[in-house]
Design a protein around this ligand. Structure first.
Ligand SMILES: [Zn+2]
Length: 230
């Protein structure tokens, strides 16, 4: 009997420890605050851009570095894995604005966008570039710094060896496309670049030297003026 009671006591203590450990990892307050933040930035992006399509935002506890748009119910989900690595509202806005762009596309076409998933399946890269560029517009209109898109991609997206087998474009190409888009449309963010000393932006500058040089020559040939803010 004594042994049995001891056994029950041990189980009780151990489950208490296990419970304490899980509740230590993730508190209710943390969840509420994360969801609130995502809602606030997400709805700010929707309203500031006059997006008249309904979308809602969710927070998923899985530690995957990803976010996604469910086209069936137009829910944008940000996973904890990516959320925890974003350092500012600008960076959160970069992720959400990209997904909102997919959400907007999911409304287009026949049967309320029923075939969107398939068109995305067959030409994923086209939609990824489009989502990145449109996200830059969304960010600027809602008061976020679009250079954070490059910062976020530089920090989080790995570089695949080949482009052809992936659904997403090569990260280096993606960042360069975003950079060119900001350069052409919103140069003021590069003239006075808030992210100039950011280590992830610095790494983009370091790894994109050849591409930026080519781009610079192209611009200078066309405009006949030297580029001041590379
Ligand atoms: Zn995407």
């Amino acid at each position: 009997m004594k042994k049995f009671l001891l056994f029950i006591f041990a189980i009780f203590i151990l489950s208490g420890v296990a419970f304490a450990r899980t509740s230590e990892v993730i508190s209710n307050q943390y969840l509420i605050e994360a969801q609130k933040k995502i809602d606030k930035i997400g709805f700010n992006l929707l309203n500031s851009n006059g997006i008249d399509k309904r979308m809602v935002f969710g927070f998923n506890l899985k530690r995957v570095v990803n976010a996604g748009t469910y086209s069936a119910d137009r829910q944008i989900v940000m996973y904890r894995g990516i959320y925890e690595r974003l350092n500012s509202d600008d960076e959160i806005a970069a992720v959400l604005a990209h997904e909102i762009s997919h959400g907007v596309d999911s409304y287009d076409g026949i049967l309320r966008g029923f075939f969107y998933k398939w068109s995305h399946f067959f030409a994923p890269k086209k939609y990824e570039y489009k989502a990145d560029k449109r996200a830059v517009d969304y960010m600027v209109h809602a008061g976020y710094n679009p250079v954070a898109m490059i910062v976020m991609q530089s920090k989080l997206f790995s570089q695949r060896r080949y482009d052809w087998y992936s659904t997403h474009p090569l990260t280096s190409r993606r960042m360069m496309t975003v950079y060119e888009y900001i350069y052409n449309k919103y140069p003021e963010y590069l003239v006075k670049n808030k992210y100039k000393d950011d280590i992830f932006y610095q790494n983009f500058l370091l790894t994109s030297q050849d591409n930026r040089l080519k781009f610079q020559q192209k611009v200078e040939k066309k405009s006949k003026k030297p580029v001041k803010y590379m």
